[in-house]
Ligand binder design. Structure first.
Ligand code: PHE
Length: 359
């Protein structure tokens, strides 16, 4: 309260018994008001609707004119000064609070930061995305199918008879199903069963690719892994020809490997395509001269392809008189080996961070 009221006004108040009592009350109340709540209590007690200063000012209406003027002036002065004082104290409390929280929450910016390791997409995931982009750009849709598959989709509906060598125990991982027939359930040996599944559920025309994992009972070496990735492709429409297949794969090979890559089609056999071909891209590791990856041939086989066998159409209820189609299946790891010169397929699955960082 010290200094709150100009000295001459204070003197004048002390001369009046009512005002001096009020002033003493106020000084007492303010002395212990050190937080927002007690400041508010002081305000209510003195300036509120029934507050002491408010009542004083209301009471003077009855008084003679001169007395009324004097008490009105002093009372209003007191009211004004108290309002100012409360404002000052509130502000000071806010500043103190802020300083206290700044101090409490202080951050030591001289501490060395924690190192954050940024991950990258696995090379194979990026290749699959790249393949998807190329075919989506040509109007294809991306679909998926199960990795644990039925013999029916993996072999039978793909026109692969029971005696076919790829059905042998040596190539296929079979899954034992309690109470089930051994050899009914297996890890799909290729992504081709997805062909049957989409055709079964979708009427033609159809332009799809199906990326995913496939499994074969292979001994791991530089170019074989028991788990690998394929991207299956299937186009079915009226009037699809072998020329469409060649054109599509050539566009793909150029987009994937560059305009100077050479592509060759070799006649081949697949039970579910007729005619069938294996498609090779010239080896860019050795430039075609022959190396460990291309086994000295200068070519890397990246996919199998062909015209959909009408027998497959009959399994899914497609009209083979009206529709024709082509299909292809490419090895993602082989494409990655070829494109980035990774010398050994096993590097993809070793989880060695140096490989992940390098590519
Ligand atoms: N499924 C075949 C394989 O894994 C590839 C292929 C797909 C061939 C589609 C022709 C048509 O070798």
């Amino acid at each position: 309260m010290q200094g709150m009221i100009p000295e001459d006004v204070a003197k004048e108040m002390e001369g009046d018994p009512r005002l001096s009592a009020l002033l003493a009350d106020l000084q007492e109340a303010l002395r212990s008001a050190e937080d927002m709540d007690s400041l508010e209590r002081v305000r209510v007690a003195f300036l509120g609707r029934k507050g002491k200063i408010t009542s004083l000012l209301q009471g003077i209406r009855e008084l003679p004119a001169e007395e009324r003027r004097r008490l009105g002036r002093l009372g209003n002065a007191l009211k004004g000064h108290l309002e100012e004082e409360l404002g000052r104290r509130r502000e000071r409390l806010l500043v103190e609070e802020l300083e206290e929280s700044l101090h409490r929450e202080r951050i030591d910016i001289t501490l060395p930061g924690r190192h954050v390791n940024f991950g990258t997409r696995h090379l194979l995931s990026r290749i699959i995305e790249e393949i998807e982009d190329i075919f989506v750009g040509m109007g294809y849709r991306v679909v998926e199918g199960p990795e644990v598959e039925l013999d029916y989709y993996n072999f039978e509906a793909l026109n692969t008879p029971d005696w076919h060598p790829s059905k042998s125990l040596q190539d296929t991982f079979y899954v034992e199903v309690p109470g089930g027939d051994y050899e009914d359930v297996l890890l799909r040996t290729h992504t081709s069963p997805v062909q049957v599944r989409v055709m079964e559920s979708t009427p033609p025309p159809l332009y799809v690719i199906a990326p995913g994992k496939a499994y074969r009972h292979d001994v791991p070496d530089a170019t074989h892994s028991p788990m690998f990735h394929q991207v299956e492709g299937l186009a079915v429409d009226e009037g699809i020809s072998l020329g469409d297949l060649k054109g599509t794969l050539e566009v793909f090979a150029r987009k994937m490997f560059g305009e100077d890559r050479r592509v060759r089609f070799r006649p081949h056999f697949f039970p579910f395509t007729e005619p069938s071909a294996e498609v090779d891209v010239s080896c860019n590791i050795c430039g075609g001269g022959g190396c460990r990856v291309c086994k000295g041939t200068g070519w890397l086989e990246i996919l199998g392809a062909g015209m959909v066998d009408p027998n497959v159409f009959s399994y899914v209820g497609y009209d083979a008189e009206k529709y024709s189609g082509f299909a292809f299946g490419m090895g993602v790891e082989r494409i990655a080996l070829l494109k980035y010169g990774v010398p050994d397929i096993r590097f993809f699955f070793d989880n060695d961070l140096r490989l992940l960082r390098q590519y």
